[in-house]
Design a protein around this ligand. Structure first.
Ligand code: ADP
Ligand code: MG
Length: 361
């Protein structure tokens, strides 16, 4: 087991600066997820840790060793890919045993390790089958098994669940979490799916355009996003944004826009005073909006018109028009609303976010 340290890591392909000055310290036994939209440099970062991609500049340590020049074979890592990368002509057993045979392990040790991994993954019955005789979920288990038997210092996962259907993806997500709890192996996991990142990661690294935007525990990212990108990327449905003007009236500070006029609580007002007269972006999470009752003041609510209703069972998602803006509100499943209804929505003043610049940014 080991920590991984990434220092000032850069990767330039001809013309593309894919990874820009990434710094990360992954602790022993930690499960860290790299998340971000397609093309943001997640795979390239992981492949540099694995040794499958050369480093343009920077340093990578696994344990206490600088591994920059080490071939993948000598880095003591095991990687799991999206496409499983199983050998089609080999049995499940041989697929799992292959890496150990290559490294000269004796037969009894190999058999023991494969047995233990097969038991962890619940694939004991499939050991003599060929990959084509397995379901997608079983194939992914074999790919995991092949990594587990190696007893590596670090697991590297590149979107391992992306080829599975939604239900299986959630099941396997839980499996991976259990495996991590059981084995405690340091893991770096790449995904574009923020829900996967939030549920799996001890800490999550949000990337955009090759640059780390924020590193934090899941709830830290959710509650205190470092910037507008992270705010919009983490959370589902996504945070609502609207451009508002910061204005002074009646001895208070207000966030104003067509359709919106919110009185800012003192704590926020102090922070926003320097933007007086300027436009900023207001962010409100859908789950922080609710249907206003008679006790809600006009200062902390606004009118909307219902455009779309999505009943999810546990909640209802309302797409509403607020002045020129469209917003989503996640409201109680008991709310009775019809399309074109005029609905007053209330917000929690402690759950407002503000970002520099206008919402088109
Ligand atoms: P992600 O895994 O986050 O989707 P990648 O790390 O695969 O992103 O890619 C990051 C950027 O580097 C993209 O712009 C991609 O087109 C580019 N890139 C990746 N691999 C290569 C390569 N072998 N040659 C040139 N450009 C590459
Ligand atoms: Mg990728």
């Amino acid at each position: 087991m080991a920590r991984v340290i990434i220092r000032s890591l850069n990767k330039k392909f001809d013309g593309v600066h894919a990874v820009k000055d990434v710094n990360l310290e992954i602790h022993d036994k930690e499960f860290v997820v790299l998340v971000g939209p397609s093309g943001c440099g997640k795979t390239t970062t992981l492949r540099m840790v694995a040794g499958l991609e050369s480093i343009t500049s920077g340093e990578i340590l696994i344990g206490d060793r600088v591994v920059n020049e080490l071939p993948p074979m000598d880095r003591d890592i095991a990687m799991v890919f999206q496409n499983y990368a199983l050998y089609p002509h080999m049995s499940v057993y041989d697929n799992m045993a292959f890496g150990l045979k290559m490294r000269g392990f004796d037969r009894i040790e190999i058999a023991n390790r494969v047995q233990v991994a097969a038991e962890i993954l619940g694939i004991q019955e499939q050991l003599q089958r060929k990959p084509r005789q397995l379901s997608g979920g079983q194939r992914q288990r074999v790919a995991l098994g092949r990594a587990i038997v190696r007893h590596p210092q670090v697991f590297l996962f590149d979107e391992p669940l992306s080829n599975l259907d939604a239900k299986l993806r959630i099941q396997m997500r839980v499996e991976i979490k259990k495996i991590h709890v059981r084995l405690g192996t340091t893991a770096i996991y790449v995904t574009h799916d923020q829900v996967e990142a939030m549920t799996l990661g001890d800490r999550v690294v949000v990337m955009k355009d090759g640059v780390v935007q924020q590193v934090g525990e899941p709830l830290e990212l959710y509650n205190e996003p470092a910037n507008r990108f992270v705010a919009g990327f983490i959370g589902s449905p996504a945070m609502n944004f609207a451009t508002v003007e910061v204005a002074n009236a009646d001895g208070a500070l207000w966030a104003r826009h067509e359709g919106i006029r919110i009185k800012l609580p003192a704590r926020i007002a102090d922070r926003l005073r320097r933007y007086l007269g300027e436009k900023v972006t207001l962010g409100i999470r859908p789950e922080d909006l609710r249907v206003a009752s008679s006790s809600d003041t006009a200062d902390l609510s606004f009118d909307s018109v219902v455009e779309v209703i999505e009943k999810l069972g546990s909640e209802i998602l309302l797409d509403v028009k607020v002045g020129p803006n469209t917003m989503v509100a996640a409201v109680e499943p008991t709310v009775k609303a019809k399309i074109h209804d005029r609905l007053r929505l209330a917000l929690d003043p402690d759950r407002l976010y503000f970002f520099d610049g206008t919402s088109q940014a």
